[in-house]
Write a protein of this length. Structure first.
Length: 95
């Protein structure tokens, strides 16, 4: 599936859930924008602000909407809710 969604992921280099999330998205034809928060303290703070205080990684945004982490998108995929979201045309909202 080739989607039009803009996907941004805040990750760390040593996070296995980050790699799983990226693999799931790539398998759906999406190349997420990867932002490493372990290399940039300011980006970690930005992530926390955008993710309503969440500190864990990954934090994933689809078309500017916070959708959570790997467990959240995996659950969305099992329910059939991820593909329609990824097919929406990408546009940033507040990021």
């Amino acid at each position: 599936m080739k989607g039009g969604a803009a996907v941004r992921m805040y990750v760390t280099g040593a996070c296995p859930y980050c790699r799983r999330a990226e693999a799931l998205l790539r398998n759906k034809g999406i190349t997420p924008e990867i932002i490493r928060v372990d290399r940039d303290v300011a980006q970690r703070q930005t992530m926390q602000n955008l993710a309503h205080g969440r500190r864990s990684v990954p934090q994933i945004f689809i078309n500017g909407q916070h959708v959570g982490g790997y467990d959240d998108i995996a659950a969305m995929d099992r329910r059939g809710a991820l593909d329609p979201l990824l097919q929406e045309t990408g546009r940033e909202r507040g990021e």
